[in-house]
Design a protein around this ligand. Structure first.
Ligand SMILES: *Cc1c(COP(=O)(O)O)cnc(C)c1O
Length: 455
């Protein structure tokens, strides 16, 4: 054994203890760590020929890299929809590496059963139907990818072609109808072979990001019986608007289409009785995307996908080889997901749900929504600031005096808050997304104070 490897093995308990101490220090300092850092170029060091052993590697990391890392695990990072990691999720993530299970198959490990139990818990949490089966993937983009790939296979079934064998070209032109699709839908369509141009954007309701269901009906009727894919949105990124899922699902009685719902973070509305009706109809979807590294507050990278047609899913993702075992009634995950080998990603989620349950995660959602409302209302009182949409859930979308990108940069320079620019209905704007379990009223004060300072 390499001498450094042997020395680290001999000193493993002490080394992990010091890593734990370092981690505790980082987490204890999150309140002071700047929410974001301007990128600083690092000259790449040469590949270490011999290596230094873990203790020295940790010291080098702590000195050379950690100071430039953002406070994205902390309470005032409001960019994108980021979330942090609950204590139990973090412990589960550490233990994922400790056990290092290959989540691809159930041969010789209970890992697959743990993933299925966790998927069942999440299905209940989001109010999905018993007929919707799922799998863990790395993020909402991959979840959308899987859902659209199954939709592609379903189109093939309707048209009498086997797309997994013949290729997407066998389908001819495909239409994907959606009101305000997330950018990842275009990316997923490119990956799945249907192409970005397959999207046909359907008008949204006036002043909203929710699809106009009558316009969707017209677009479907114009297809004269040819099957399509509909991507419904449950929680748009700018204004967290929700399509009327119940009404869209009902259109399937008249028109043939695969209903995919992108509920990346909107699915968490299900945890708040006040907002749960926004998801009415979600259980009717053919495929559903939910991100976990956002509002569940598990570490990157983690999401789930659900579908009613695991048989079509296995046609797309099945990977048969003698040494991998046959495709059974209950296929191993390697037959359902883009990856073959994969980490036991479910463990961090299992820990957080085991530790905090429905009530704990409901508390995170409700506190974040309350923060978004209060901060939105207070910022709207500042001169020249205007809410571009009501705060429907956890995102504040604001017009500010001056260039939003510059305001975002000035805010980041204070270290107090990180927000991201966007364009909503042609208006350059800022988004503040609340999704971190740590965000408290004291953080709201610091966020509002930072805005006062830079505006
Ligand atoms: C974040 C998000 C995605 C993409 O998620 P990743 O985890 O970054 O792949 C897709 N759809 C919606 C609505 C999102 O908010």
């Amino acid at each position: 054994m390499d001498p450094r490897l042997a020395a680290d093995l001999a000193a493993l308990p002490e080394l992990l203890e010091s890593t734990r101490g370092y981690a505790t220090g980082v987490l204890g300092g999150l309140d002071e760590r700047p929410a974001a850092h301007p990128p600083v170029p690092h000259a790449a060091e040469p590949l270490p020929a011999e290596g230094t052993g873990l203790a020295a590697a940790l010291a080098t990391f702590a000195e050379r890299w950690a100071p430039g890392f953002s406070g994205s695990a902390g309470p005032r990072y409001l960019g994108f929809v980021t979330g942090g990691a609950t204590p139990a999720a973090l412990a589960g993530d550490w233990l994922t590496g400790v056990f290092d299970q290959n989540g691809s198959s159930e041969v010789g490990s209970a890992g697959g059963e743990l993933e299925r139990e966790t998927l069942g818990w999440l299905r209940e949490l989001f109010g999905l139907g018993a007929g919707q089966s799922g799998a863990f993937v790395s993020g909402a983009t991959m979840s959308n990818f899987v859902g659209l790939a199954i939709g592609r296979e379903w189109l093939g079934e309707r048209l009498g072609v086997d797309v997994a064998r013949q290729g997407a070209h066998a389908l001819g032109p495909v239409e994907v109808l959606s009101g305000a699709p997330h950018s990842s839908i275009y990316k997923a369509l490119s990956m799945v072979g249907l192409g970005r141009d397959a999207v046909r954007q359907v008008p949204v309701r006036p002043g909203r990001e929710a699809v106009d269901v009558a316009a969707l009906r017209d677009a479907l009727a114009a297809r004269r019986g040819r099957p399509a894919i509909v991507v419904a949105n449950a929680g748009t990124v700018n204004t967290v608007d929700f399509d009327d899922l119940r009404a869209i699902a009902a259109l399937r009685e008249e028109f043939p289409f695969w209903l995919h719902v992108d509920a990346a973070f909107g699915a968490f509305a299900a945890l708040s009785p006040e907002h749960a009706p926004l998801l009415d109809g979600l259980a009717e979807a053919d495929s559903v995307c939910v991100d976990l590294h956002k509002w569940l507050n598990v570490p990157y990278d983690s999401a789930v996908q659900y579908t009613r047609r695991p048989d079509l899913q296995a046609r797309v993702f099945g990977n048969s080889a003698a040494y991998l075992g046959p495709l059974t009634e209950r296929p191993d995950f390697l037959h359902l997901t883009p990856e073959n080998s994969r980490r036991l990603r479910a463990l961090a989620t299992w820990f957080s749900l085991a530790a905090y349950g429905r009530a704990g995660h409901r508390d995170i959602v409700e506190r974040n929504v309350a923060s978004a409302r209060r901060v939105g209302a207070r910022l709207a009182e500042l001169p020249g600031v205007r809410l571009l949409a009501p705060v429907r859930l956890n995102v504040v979308c604001l017009a500010v005096p001056g260039d939003p990108a510059e305001v975002a940069r000035a805010l980041a320079d204070t270290g107090e808050a990180f927000v991201t620019p966007t364009v909503y209905a042609g208006t350059p704007a800022l988004r503040l997304a609340f999704s971190n379990w740590r965000t408290a009223e004291a953080d709201e004060e610091r966020i509002v104070a930072a805005f006062r300072k830079v505006l």
